[in-house]
Design a binder for this molecule. Sequence first.
Ligand SMILES: [Zn+2]
Ligand SMILES: [Zn+2]
Length: 272
Amino acid sequence: MKRAAKEETTGCAICRWKGYLVERKGEYSTAEICKCIKEGCLECKGLGTVILQNRGYTYVNPCRACGVIRRNVKLYNLAGIPAKYSHVLEVNSFRPDNIRSHQKALSYAKDFVKKYPTERGFLLMGSAGLGKTHLAIGTISELTLDYGRKCLFKDFFHLLSELKQAYSQGTSENEVLLPLIETEVLVIDELGKGKSSDWELNILDQLISKRYNASKITLATTNYVTKEYGVKHDQEILEDKIGARIASRLHEMCEFIHIEGEDHRRVVKKKT
Ligand SMILES: [Zn+2]
Ligand SMILES: [Zn+2]
């Protein structure tokens, strides 16, 4: 499906034959249909739809030539990818250090996309600045833009404040959680960051359980590590942050991948 969708496009040198361009727009990274399709699609004259007549009925159908690209661009724009990751359009843009755990994480994510739909997601753990968010975003960028899957990116901290705000406005529990349960793939970035109250952990528990029951795929990144590793290496422990119950549920839903190494951002600073 991936290759077929690309072969059908006309494309041009500006969009590198992808049919869309991605740029930062305010808070989010945004994809836009390229001019070559907007103005140059011969099949639909750039409308995105074609009108078909059959046995006296009129149908409006998505354009065969550019419909897939238009749909995938829409899905990418609904995924809420932060603006600073507008250059991360595929898993392969992650440059692993010469450390086994980096290469392992990269090949796991590549495999995940290739084999999707899969039964389990993955959780990337390790210190800040090792590219965990980059890998998660590369994964959902590919799943939306190349495979037309519905994905959603949520920063843990923002997720909780959004939920709190909605509740304070009297929105019902189900209504608040629905879009987070509904999405096919949910990324929770920086899981466990900050100090969460019992109320917040209860909501997180509900969200994770509902996604589990609905067999939805959850991906996560966290700066904390699981107990067995953390105690040995004197690092902050995930179970202490999100509770043993949620952690154990996540173990069932995700492959836990530990990324080792020094913070990339700090290394860059030292060099300059
Ligand atoms: Zn183009
Ligand atoms: Zn078209």
